[in-house]
Design a protein around this ligand. Structure first.
Ligand SMILES: [Mg+2]
Length: 272
C-alpha cells in the first residue's frame, strides 16, 4: 500500500527535509525477529570465551559496559583489552540468525517513494549493515552508509587499546563525524532511531527526530512511530504533504558551511 499517495500528491520539493537518516538495527526491522536477543547472547559469549569473564558476570557486565562506554567493544578497549574491532564484530555478528530478517516489500516501496537522499547511520560495522540491508531487500535504497568504520577510521592504527576511544552514537563526537560525512544540514534532515539516547543526541545536533518502535515520544523526539512503515501515515511532511510553513531552505554548499551548522557544544545525550 502506498499510503502517502492516499494522503496527498507527493512533492518532495516542498518537504521540510532534504535528507532522511535511518538507524539500522531495530529501526528498519522489528525487535521481534530475535536478532537483538541473539546479539546480546553473542556478546556475553565473547566476554566469557575471549576475555575470561565468568558466565555469572557476563550479562551484567555487558549492560554496564554499554551504559558506561556506549558498547561492549568500546568498554573493553577503554579498560585495556586488546581486542580489534574486526575480531569483535566477526564474533558477535558472524553467528547471528540473519535468516530471521525477512524481505520487507512494503518498506522497499516506502523508501523508493522518498525522493530525498537517504542515509544509513548505524553503530554496526559495514559487513553487518550490508547483510541486513540485503536480507531486507532494501540495499538499493540508500545513497550512503555511515557505520562503525566511518566513526572510527583510526582504530586499526592504535598502538594500544585505549589510544583512540571507540566513537559511537550517542556521543556528540560521533554525531558530528556522521553529520560531516553526510554533509547534510541537520535543520533540514530527519533522523530515525529506536534508541532514545541517540534521538536526544540527534536533537542536540539540530536534527529533526523520530523515535521508532515505541508507543510514546521521548522528550527529544519530534515524532514517534511504532513501526518504520508508519512514517507515510504519521509524517507526511516527508513527501511535502503538509506545506504549512514557509520553505526557507538554505542548503549549505561548502564544508565550512556544513561545519558551521553543527553545534560546537558538547551537550551530553540524555538517556531514556
Ligand atoms: Mg538501533
Amino acid at each position: 500500500m502506498d499510503s502517502c499517495s492516499k494522503l496527498c500528491a507527493p512533492d518532495s520539493s516542498s518537504s521540510p527535509f532534504d535528507c532522511i537518516i535511518f538507524d539500522l538495527d531495530d529501526t528498519l526491522y522489528p525487535t521481534t525477529n530475535g536478532i537483538s536477543e541473539a546479539l546480546k547472547k553473542n556478546i556475553q559469549v565473547f566476554l566469557m570465551e575471549k576475555c575470561g569473564f565468568p558466565q555469572s558476570k557476563a550479562s551484567s557486565l555487558r549492560s554496564e559496559l554499554f551504559r558506561t562506554y556506549g558498547s561492549t567493544l568500546a568498554g573493553l578497549r577503554a579498560l585495556g583489552y586488546d581486542i580489534t574491532a574486526e575480531e569483535y564484530h566477526s564474533f558477535v555478528h558472524g553467528r547471528l540468525p540473519y535468516q530471521s530478517i525477512k524481505r520487507d516489500i512494503e518498506l522497499h516501496r516506502l523508501l523508493l517513494s522518498i525522493k530525498q537522499r537517504k542515509i544509513i547511520f548505524t553503530n554496526s560495522d559495514r559487513i553487518h549493515a550490508m547483510k541486513v540491508l540485503n536480507r531486507l531487500g532494501i540495499s538499493d535504497c540508500f545513497q550512503q552508509i555511515i557505520c562503525f568504520e566511518t566513526m572510527n577510521p583510526n582504530l586499526c592504527n592504535a598502538t594500544r587499546p585505549d589510544e583512540f576511544p571507540v566513537l559511537l552514537k550517542p556521543s556528540p563526537e560521533a554525531m558530528k563525524i556522521a553529520l560531516r560525512a553526510a554533509q547534510v544540514d541537520p535543520r533540514r534532515s530527519l533522523f530515525l532511531d529506536d534508541n532514545a539516547s541517540n534521538i536526544a543526541a540527534g536533537k542536540a545536533m539540530g536534527l529533526h527526530t523520530v523515535l521508532v518502535g515505541k508507543r510514546g515520544k521521548s522528550k527529544e523526539a519530534d515524532y514517534a512511530v511504532e513501526n518504520v512503515n508508519q512514517v507515510a501515515e504519521l509524517i507526511p511532511e516527508i513527501w511535502g504533504c503538509q506545506p504549512d510553513g514557509q520553505d526557507q531552505r538554505t542548503v549549505p554548499t561548502t564544508k565550512s558551511e556544513f561545519d558551521s551548522r553543527i553545534p560546537t557544544t558538547t551537550t551530553a545525550a540524555v538517556g531514556a
